[in-house]
Design a protein around this ligand. Structure first.
Ligand code: GAP
Length: 517
């Protein structure tokens, strides 16, 4: 099945099974804003817990905060967001559709890359074991031609971004004959900058209201609390402050479902270090964060680092953790060395001294910062798109059947165990409820008595429940049940008293934490 079709099915699946709904759907929706439904919120909370505990619980020198969304407007002047948090926009005059110029160019480069990958995949299939990919890429004329074209666009693109040259961005679009996907024409306006922050008014007009911004990142809430946390927590450098919270950006190109939203959630860590030691910590956090991703058990070749072509105004090094979504490799997390930019700016704009006295060096300095910043919603989409599978299964009578299964990492699954009485009578429902009442304090369980057992299994597969147990008449006699494993569909008879132990070893977060470096 084409990857685009897989993605469409995934979006439909998210709605059908209660993971994600369009916001304000009964009013025809609000573009690029989504609501998490009854199962989605459980998965989302589990992702947040996995991140929070891995940062705050497992690092002695990291503490967490929860700062307000509304902040003093000068913060955004100091951080540079008022002047420089812009996207370069271009309109197609025929379709009247608006695009990000940088995204149009990146999409073009991705097309060249896809063409090269297709050639490689074809050759791999043809030559089998003996295939030498490196040599093929270096010598195949079609791959080489596409690589040259891609590199040429890339060089112009990076130069234009470096010089903030909007005319050149437009020229790249014209020279490469990039057409509007809607109208198919190349009738473009000039490229203009557009600020992404939402603003609102605080206070009534009579009292003299002031314009404030909805935060476009949670990071600034950490920087402005640096002094308070360092002092009250008696924190010694190096140390980190973690935060999970909503952020808002008036994204112009809002597409790909929850990949790019106008209201989203970030999980950010600002790690404060000695000036001059930031590169060591930058490398350390790259390794730590990649290990966090890979502990989820998806294939290693789904991940890569992508160093930034253009550094943000605050950074001296930056890389993205990219994941191979059904629509290609895309950023999930940013890791940035932010220097002392933010704290210095807040020192200057607030007039308060923001420094750390380092007893070992016997001097004061403005700490440097290494940041890790990941979107909860992108992580959600990544996990769902990797977990979604359509499978053909052999039945006992020799016929085949199909199932949709969400192969979610068990520790993140919304429901850990479904308990199913074989029939609705003879005391089986009561026995099933007894099992749930025993386990529900530690594990999210679901009771299901409707339809045939086969149909109930399919329903649980489709929402990613790692285990189902069936309570039958034998259960009343010997306190055993049949447990069924989601991924292998294997079934075994076990004692009810063993259930807690089995669940604990397979579905608890501990199993993920133990894999972390
Ligand atoms: N404090 C640094 C910062 O905000 P960023 O690269 O702009 O850096 C970090 O954002 C992460 O936040 C991204 O890697 C992505 O996962 C998530 N993110 C950013 N914009 C988003 C959007 N419009 N919708 C969903 N997630 C977004």
């Amino acid at each position: 099945m084409a990857q685009e079709d897989v993605f469409k099915k995934l979006v439909a699946h998210c709605k059908e099974y209660g993971f994600v709904f369009q916001s304000s759907e009964i009013y025809d929706g609000l573009s690029a804003v989504y609501d998490y439904a009854q199962l989605g919120v459980e998965l989302k909370n589990n992702i947040k817990k996995y991140w929070w505990d891995s940062m705050v619980k497992l690092h002695e020198n990291v503490v967490g905060i929860d700062s307000a969304i509304f902040m003093h407007p000068t913060i955004w002047k100091a951080s540079g967001h008022v002047d420089a948090f812009n996207d370069p926009l271009i309109d197609n005059k025929d379709s009247k559709k608006r695009y990000r110029a940088d995204v149009l160019i990146e999409d073009l480069m991705a097309k060249y890359e896809a063409k090269m990958d297709k050639e490689v995949a074809k050759a791999k299939k043809k030559f089998g074991e003996s295939f030498d990919e490196e040599q093929f890429r270096a010598t195949n004329p079609r791959v080489k031609a596409n690589k040259e074209k891609m590199d040429a666009v890339h060089k112009r693109f990076v130069d234009a971004l470096d010089k903030n040259d909007l005319d050149e961005l437009k020229q790249i679009i014209i020279d490469n004959e990039i057409a509007c996907p809607i109208s198919g024409t190349k009738n473009w306006t000039d490229v203009r900058q557009f600020n992404l922050m939402f603003s609102t008014e605080m206070g009534s007009t009579a009292d003299g209201s002031s314009k404030i911004f909805l935060r476009p990142e949670t990071a600034q809430g950490i920087f402005v609390n640096y002094l308070n946390v360092q002092k009250t927590g008696r924190m010694k450098i190096p140390f980190g402050i973690a935060q999970i919270g909503k952020a808002f950006r008036n994204e112009i190109v809002a597409r790909q479902f929850i990949f790019r939203m106008r209201e989203f959630e970030q999980m950010e860590l600002q790690f404060f270090v000695r000036p001059g030691e930031e590169m060591k910590w930058f490398d350390k956090w790259k390794e730590t964060r990649m290990s966090w991703h890979k502990a989820l058990g998806f294939d290693d070749d789904k991940y890569r680092f992508h160093d930034h072509d253009k550094l943000a105004h605050y950074a001296n090094a930056a890389t993205d953790v990219e994941f191979k979504f059904p629509f290609g490799f895309k950023e999930v997390e940013g890791i940035h060395s932010r220097t002392d930019f933010d704290l210095s700016q807040h020192q200057e704009f607030s007039g308060k001294k923001i420094q750390y006295f380092d007893p070992e060096l016997n001097k004061s300095y403005v700490p440097y910062v290494v940041e890790t910043s990941i979107g909860v919603d992108r992580m959600f989409l990544q996990i769902m798109s990797e977990a979604y599978a359509e499978e053909k299964i052999e039945k006992e009578d020799g016929k085949t059947d199909e199932r949709v299964v969400l192969r979610l990492p068990a520790a993140l699954a919304p429901i850990k165990l479904a308990v199913m009485p074989l029939t609705k009578k003879d005391g089986l429902p009561e026995k099933a409820r007894e099992i749930i009442n025993d386990l529900k304090f530690d594990f999210n369980c679901q009771y299901d008595e409707k339809d045939s057992i086969g149909k109930r299994y399919r329903r649980q597969d489709a929402i990613g429940t790692p285990f189902c147990v069936t309570v039958d008449h034998q259960s009343l006699e010997d306190n055993t049940v049949t447990i069924r494993h989601r991924d292998t569909m294997e079934q075994e008879r076990i004692e009810i008293s063993k259930l807690a132990e089995i669940l604990d070893s397979h579905v608890s977060m501990k199993s993920l934490f133990k894999k972390l470096k």
